[in-house]
Design a protein around this ligand. Structure first.
Ligand SMILES: Nc1ncnc2c1ncn2[C@@H]1O[C@H](COP(=O)(O)OP(=O)(O)OP(=O)(O)O)[C@@H](O)[C@H]1O
Ligand SMILES: [Mg+2]
Length: 280
């Protein structure tokens, strides 16, 4: 089901954002220990610092959006959270990044296990050239899942709002699905690993408005069980689905706040300029 869009907030500084979540997160959630915490984190490609001196808490079971102009370091910061940056030559990380209080880059952290607990969905859907069923079942199977795989596949596809469309064709190639369906399949694949955190890097950028709305609904549902970090260029999307929003500019975290506040009364003039479309 595609949720009805919420009405615009009268007097909003951001004419670009028609729908602003009005509720602040429940106080107990805001006060909860962060699932992920970046402390004075700097990430360099060679000598170039793509993310500089960033301190950011990601609270549990909320959606945190990261916005900012192209090249400001959003994907770099997101990829650090499950060490996907490890696959890029020349990346150096300083400062600290904690997942449930443990150092993500510490010697005791197994990056494979980390990525199981901190899943990722990419901008471009990247299903395996296998059946729909195998796309979802493969990860849990190789990780020694002991439950009923068929049930897990169904549950994951239901969570990703794809089950009804594919339940009669689970043995069809995933590559035969539409782009929006492939993206929901990739979300189901990530969800099947039963992660604690889902990192999403512009998951809707290649999708039409209907598929986008479905994925936004899904993100809204997922946060009852998961912590979601969502990178998006789409400020309306950040406003619609996130509880908190972080604004980055040229490698720096300018500010992070409850989404409705950041979009109506930002604390920094650079945020104001960005959300009112003056640059970026
Ligand atoms: N593999 C890489 N090697 C060298 N520099 C890189 C690499 N990836 C990104 N960068 C640089 O780091 C900076 C931040 O890039 P990043 O991809 O994190 O930005 P972004 O905010 O996600 O941008 P976009 O909105 O366009 O996706 C940019 O200046 C980019 O050119
Ligand atoms: Mg990016």
């Amino acid at each position: 089901m595609v949720a009805a869009r919420k009405p615009a907030v009268p007097g909003s500084a951001l004419h670009l954002v028609p729908a602003l979540p009005q509720r602040a997160p429940a106080p107990e959630l805001a006060a909860a220990e962060p699932v992920i915490r970046a402390e004075t984190l700097t990430i360099r490609y060679g000598e170039f610092a793509a993310v500089r001196d960033t301190t950011l808490d990601i609270p549990p079971k909320q959606v945190t959006a990261i916005i900012g102009p192209s090249g400001c370091g959003k994907s770099t910061l997101l990829r650090a959270m499950n060490r996907m940056n490890d696959f890029i030559d020349g990346v150096r990380v300083s400062g600290r990044l904690l997942f449930n209080g443990r150092d993500v880059y510490g010697p005791d952290t197994d990056p494979v296990e980390l990525r199981r607990r901190v899943g990722m969905v990419f901008q471009k859907p990247n299903p395996f050239p296998k059946t729909i069923f195998k796309n979802v079942a493969w990860g849990p199977a190789v990780n020694g899942y002991r439950g009923n795989l068929a049930e897990l596949v169904e549950e994951s596809l239901r969570k990703a709002a794809l089950w009804d469309e594919v339940k009669d064709q689970l043995n069809k190639s995933a590559l035969a699905l539409s782009g929006g369906q492939q993206q929901r399949l990739c979300i189901a694949r990530a969800v099947a690993m039963q992660p604690e955190v889902l990192l999403m890097d512009e998951p809707c950028s290649a999708l039409d408005p209907i598929a986008t709305a479905r994925i936004e609904d899904l993100i809204d549902q997922l946060k009852s069980q998961y912590t979601v970090v969502l990178v998006t260029h789409n400020m309306q999307q950040a406003a619609r689905v996130s509880d908190r929003t972080a604004f980055m500019l040229m490698g720096e975290l300018v500010e992070v706040d409850v989404t409705s506040r950041l979009f109506t009364t930002p604390g920094d003039p650079r945020t104001q300029d960005y959300i009112t479309g003056r640059f970026g």
